[in-house]
Design a protein around this ligand. Structure first.
Ligand SMILES: [Zn+2]
Length: 389
């Protein structure tokens, strides 16, 4: 999987936006010392990883790894569109030499930072740790880590990305004169693909044809149904199990397998003191059934521009850490634990899939994960669909 180094192209013309947002991203208090390790070395005192930090850390991990971490850009991988809207290189790191590919993405929403940090930390561990647990994962899988899917939005500390006029080096404007912004997690839709990031990563997905996927997000603060305890981690599936869509895919295989994936994580981590889990729901009692999310499009086997003529698809689950950086709800004290719970959740899931324990899990464990009684499905194609009693 070595990519030619000569093709590596550092894009320096990053646009004004990155410069404006820089103080926000690099200032802030030094991290409080906690019981849990920060992701890595020189990044531990910055409040949030910048794009430059991420690239530097990826290269450091590649250089120091013992088990073949390969860091490359989508330009090196050879996708047709291969940068962000503002021209930043899009990075992937692979580790493991197993026959099955796994896709792990973080920070598709730029103001949801810990996916990147958790991925870098797990990548480093998989690249250096010789223990049987990590060896089993490396032997089973080739993992494609995307620590920062949305580098422009990350630099701006916003959820979306801004569509960019490269010639003018300025935001593209809509009919109303406003900047055109796109939620990259609603853009893998046949008649959309408005952003370069979407086309680039979609094409890469068609090159990889992964077996499984994991997606890391942040959510607002919430309480666990029944106990009122503060939730730290919500377990989500973007096409609701038992809902209008998932049971129709692959003869119901993904409806079972995604519940097994989260059921296994829940069973393994529910005794972990600093983690309080529930199921991801919106509007208190709605499951989501959205088709435009990247991970939904993967499960649906989207064939855009005939890049996926064989209709490849794969099951994907997502993790939501409570708190984000835009509304100030993400306290510094929670940082280490928030990152650590994502590392643990990913490591647990990858290990369980590699050993086959996930596939042996009772899918009905999904019902044991705390959640409000489901009253309907929040969709991006038919409004809210009520659950029929
Ligand atoms: Zn998100």
């Amino acid at each position: 999987m070595e990519r030619p180094r000569a093709a590596r192209n550092r894009t320096l013309a990053l646009g004004l936006a990155a410069l404006i947002s820089l103080p926000l991203l690099t200032s802030g208090p030094a991290q409080a010392k906690g019981n849990f390790p920060s992701p890595e070395g020189n990044t531990s005192t910055a409040s949030i990883l910048t794009y430059a930090d991420t690239v530097k850390e990826l290269e450091r991990i590649e250089e120091t790894s013992r088990y073949g971490v390969d860091v490359f850009t989508l330009a090196e991988a050879g996708t047709g569109v291969d940068t962000s809207e503002q021209g930043r290189d899009l990075y992937v790191a692979t580790v493991g030499d197993g026959p099955k590919d796994v896709w792990v993405q973080g920070r598709i929403h730029g103001n949801e930072p810990y996916g990147a940090e958790a991925i870098l930390s797990l990548l480093k561990d998989l690249g250096t740790n010789g223990s049987p647990e990590y060896e089993e994962i490396r032997d089973a899988f080739t993992i494609h880590f995307i620590p920062m899917y949305n580098p422009d939005g990350s630099e701006l500390n916003i959820r979306q990305t801004v569509l960019w006029d490269t010639a003018a080096n300025a935001p593209r404007k809509g009919a109303n004169g406003q900047d055109l912004i796109v939620d990259l997690n609603r853009d893998w839709v046949a008649d959309k693909f408005q952003a370069r990031e979407s086309l680039a990563f979609y094409e890469y997905w068609t090159m990889v044809d992964p077996e499984y996927g994991i997606d890391i997000h942040h959510q607002g603060l919430k309480q666990q149904y029944g106990t009122g305890d503060d939730v730290t981690l919500s377990l989500g599936i973007s096409l609701a199990p038992g809902g209008p869509t998932l049971p129709t895919l692959k003869g119901g295989a993904y409806d079972v397998l995604t519940r097994q994936m989260h059921g296994y994580v829940y069973e393994e981590l529910k005794g972990t003191g600093f983690i309080t889990m529930d199921r991801y729901q919106v509007g208190n009692s709605l499951e989501i059934d959205i088709k435009g999310g990247v991970v939904s499009a993967m499960m649906l086997g989207l064939n855009h521009q005939n890049l996926n003529p064989e209709g490849h698809s794969n099951p994907v689950v997502f993790f939501e850490t409570s708190g984000n950086t835009s509304d100030g709800s993400l306290g510094q004290k929670a940082r280490g634990k928030s990152i650590q719970q994502n590392i643990l959740a990913m490591r647990t899931l990858l290990g369980g899939l590699a050993s086959g324990e996930v596939q042996q899990t009772d899918p009905e464990v999904w019902e044991d994960i705390p959640h409000a009684p489901v009253t309907g499905y929040s969709t991006d194609y038919a409004g809210t669909i009520p659950v029929t009693p």
